[in-house]
Design a protein around this ligand. Structure first.
Ligand SMILES: Cc1cc2nc3c(=O)[nH]c(=O)nc-3n(C[C@H](O)[C@H](O)[C@H](O)COP(=O)(O)OP(=O)(O)OC[C@H]3O[C@@H](n4cnc5c(N)ncnc54)[C@H](O)[C@@H]3O)c2cc1C
Length: 419
């Protein structure tokens, strides 16, 4: 009864006009937040691609995303549109995919991240963590079976690596695959799996005789169950799931033959981490744009708040960090395209971009005053989502240790207690 009354009395706090104004603020385009002309370094094809994704985000994603965030649902209707635009299979040559560069992948992540990290995650996982490994490590039969369907958006994939007891240290995983005749029997639990409950295929990492290999598990296989993790306050549009494998029998042809231990996993994570970094930059740009536009229009004590030095300073700090991140992203994309990027360089970008995006989102929420907590003003969505982004694909601590190891030559992943 109380709930019903609450529902009836709920009103839309802002009229349609305000929504349109917010949309205009956010539609200034990425180019308007580019003080070092990084966009001019892109090729014409890359710029055309970026603008296409930017328009898709502004016209088709932004108007519906706050509602989906509120309900905790992924806007599934966007998947066929993304497929039409050639957004699935960016790292794949042939099999119905339009292979492109890492730079282009990063630009797409930035644009999608400007809208919503959960949406960006669906795209990143499909590309970097499922299609790429099938292409790089799969048999011809696996590639033909999955890649064309995934490119058309008719099949979605998920990447099952983390477990309840093994996140930062995946090498300790308990999931195992036992060879029995011409099949493998999988047992174990994978946790926090993006796309898990909407996926037609799961790439599950498991140990066979102590070696980690990748296995393709189709949805509906007996003994395989995926459950949506509920009551999340971050990554609300992303279906994060628990995968349980109990005597799950798969044919031996479902083993990804090219996978060889942790090295194969890290190869997938390199691309994915670059995407996460670029996505966080997109979120930072969205929050900055929102804060700047609001500061110019909002009048308090008879003046626009943008006229106060205390408001200008955080905006300047944000743009300094965004500019540095844009330069890192651009250069890292080019290094990846030339196959010269190191894991340390990727860790540096992930660590830096997410850390700075969190600060910028926090700053923007503050500048927006009370409106900063409304989903329709977008900033609070980014702020909540960045909490998950800081954990997934390696926490800040883990990336610090990767960089520290590179700098000192000493691994600090294990303390003396574990020796
Ligand atoms: C929304 C979301 C989506 C995800 N999607 C996927 C997915 O699609 N597929 C997948 O496989 N996984 C996914 N993950 C899991 C993610 O990769 C893990 O959560 C992450 O690796 C951290 O693992 P953990 O949560 O078990 O934390 P833990 O490993 O338990 O770490 C807890 C804390 O200890 C710190 N810590 C750990 N080791 C050290 C150390 N040596 N030194 C200092 N500090 C340390 C960490 O930095 C962290 O602060 C997702 C997670 C989230 C939140």
């Amino acid at each position: 009864m109380i709930d019903t009354l609450h529902e009836e009395r709920a009103v839309q706090p802002f009229p349609v006009l305000v929504s349109l104004m917010i949309r205009r603020w956010l539609m200034e385009g990425t180019e308007s937040v580019d003080y070092y002309g990084v966009g001019q370094l892109l090729t014409e094809d890359e710029r055309i691609f970026r603008d296409r994704v930017q328009n898709f985000v502004d016209d088709e994603c932004m108007p519906i995303i706050a509602d989906h965030f509120d309900k905790g649902t992924l806007p599934m209707q966007l998947i066929p549109r993304m497929a039409e635009m050639g957004l699935f299979g960016i790292h794949v040559e042939g099999y119905g995919c339009r292979r492109s560069s890492h730079t282009v992948y990063g630009l797409a992540c930035q644009e999608l991240g400007r809208c919503d990290s959960g949406l960006r995650a669906m795209f990143s996982v499909q590309n970097s963590l499922v299609m790429y490994p099938i292409f790089a490590f799969g048999s011809e039969e696996q590639k033909k079976q999955w890649l064309p369907k995934m490119a058309r958006g008719e099949a979605i994939g998920c990447f099952g690596l983390s477990e309840p007891d093994f996140g930062s240290n995946p090498s300790g995983m308990a999931t195992h695959a036992e060879k029995r005749g011409r099949t493998y029997i999988l047992n174990g639990t994978k946790m926090w799996i993006t796309n898990g409950s909407i996926a037609q295929v799961a790439l599950v990492w498991a140990k066979t005789d102590g070696e980690i290999r990748g296995y393709l598990v189709e949805a509906g296989t007996p003994g395989f169950q995926s459950t949506l993790i509920q009551r999340k306050f971050s990554y609300r549009t992303s279906p994060t799931s628990l995968l349980v494998l109990r005597d799950c029998e798969i044919p031996e042809r479902n083993l990804l033959p090219g996978t060889k231990g942790l090295k194969s996993i890290l190869q997938c994570l390199n691309g994915a981490r670059y995407g996460v970094a670029c996505g966080a930059l997109g979120s930072a740009i969205a929050c900055y744009q929102m804060a700047r536009a609001f500061a110019v229009e909002r009048r308090v004590f008879e003046n626009p708040i943008a006229s106060y030095q205390l408001v200008q300073e955080p905006l300047v700090r944000a743009i300094v960090e965004i500019t540095k991140a844009q330069l890192i992203s651009y250069h890292l994309g080019r290094l990846l395209d030339q196959d010269r990027a190191t894991p340390m360089q990727i860790s540096l970008a992930k660590l830096n971009h997410v850390r700075e995006a969190m600060k910028i989102a926090r700053m923007a929420r503050d500048i927006l005053g009370a409106r900063g907590i409304l989903a329709d003003h977008h900033v609070i969505r980014h702020l909540c989502d960045l909490e998950a982004v800081s954990t997934l694909e390696g926490t800040e601590n883990i990336h610090t240790l990767i960089i520290g190891q590179e700098l000192t030559g000493v691994s600090a992943f294990r303390s003396s207690v574990s020796e």
